[in-house]
Design a protein around this ligand. Structure first.
Ligand SMILES: [Zn+2]
Length: 306
């Protein structure tokens, strides 16, 4: 069972990379740049209820269409010096950031999970699809304090189906991600995915309800509940719990600049749930080993071996 003993620390990627890893990382980084460019279109157009397919990209300031050679991910931003070629209005730094980050995740996840972890490509595809959904949701949440249903509701509905088609997303033999309820691998995977939806969404829903009772105002939105339901469907119930407990730490760090500026401003929670999800995905191997070893010590204490 090699799939849950993968190599672990992300830093090792840069230090001990093989030629194979560098090749795949570079190739998928370039592909991720193109995907990131499309995610930028989604971030801009979804909140405005515009189609993400047509018309071609245009400058939000002067409305001029962006020619193909000015629309090359990362490069065009650098060549144009972050300004529109026609009206010289500044282009948001978000565009190259989203492209570079998406590119990095596409390359890094393949090296970490497929090459080093021995995971099937179907798991990798689920992880990069989830990451893309999280990137779009987070940037829209940061600006508009909403998370679009087009992403979370569809995502939550599609993940159990994906698990039916590709049960390796929740393999029965993996205690971190799978369930062994019935003798059918595919049904187990669907149930593991649905349990993740329930636990992920349920934890945030419970917090939202308790929070609004205690603070007498909306503490967390339904958008966060749906986002975590989608995350839970992909990562399973155990990692959902980890994401749930990790996210407040990111929120704490994220709220420090706001506290210092003294401005009272609402803090969107989606970006912190998303960051926690990416960290939980990356560290899932060491995470389960850590808890298994603690559980082992605990069971030894209970048995009186210490
Ligand atoms: Zn312009």
């Amino acid at each position: 069972m090699s799939f849950f003993v993968w190599s672990g620390p992300a830093t090792a990627l840069i230090v001990g990379s093989s030629t194979e890893e560098i090749f795949w990382f570079s190739l998928l980084f370039l592909f991720g740049l193109v995907v990131g460019s499309f995610l930028n279109v989604c971030i801009y157009r979804l909140p405005l209820n515009k189609s993400v397919v047509t018309p071609p990209s245009s400058c939000p300031h002067c409305g001029g269409f962006i020619r193909w050679h000015d629309n090359i991910p990362l490069l065009s931003y650098l060549i144009l010096g972050g300004k529109c070629r026609v009206c010289k209005s500044p282009i948001s730094i978000r565009y190259p950031l989203v492209e570079a980050f998406t590119g990095f995740l596409f390359g890094f996840f393949f090296c970490e999970f497929v090459l080093r972890g021995g995971q099937p490509v179907s798991v990798y595809l689920a992880y990069v699809a989830l990451s893309s959904a999280l990137i779009v949701s987070s940037f829209i949440d940061l600006e508009f304090y909403v998370i679009p249903n087009e992403i979370t509701v569809w995502g939550t509905a599609l993940v159990p189906l994906y698990s039916l088609l590709f049960p390796s997303l929740h393999p029965s033999a993996d205690p971190l991600r799978g369930l062994t309820l019935v003798c059918n691998e595919r049904l187990n995977a669907v149930m593991a995915s649905l349990l993740g939806v329930l636990v992920g969404g349920g934890l945030v829903l419970l917090t939202a309800l308790l929070g609004s009772l205690a603070l007498r105002k909306e503490a967390m939105g339904m958008g966060d509940v749906k986002l975590m339901a989608m995350v839970g469907g992909v990562v399973g119930w155990k990692l959902s719990v980890m994401v749930y407990f990790l996210a407040p730490f990111f929120a704490l760090v994220g709220s420090l600049p706001l506290l210092r500026s003294g401005r009272e401003r609402k803090l969107p929670y989606g970006p912190f749930l998303s960051m926690a999800t990416l960290v939980a995905l990356t560290l899932q191997g060491p995470f389960i080993r850590f808890f298994d070893s603690r559980l082992f010590i605990l069971s030894e204490v209970v048995k009186g071996n210490f």
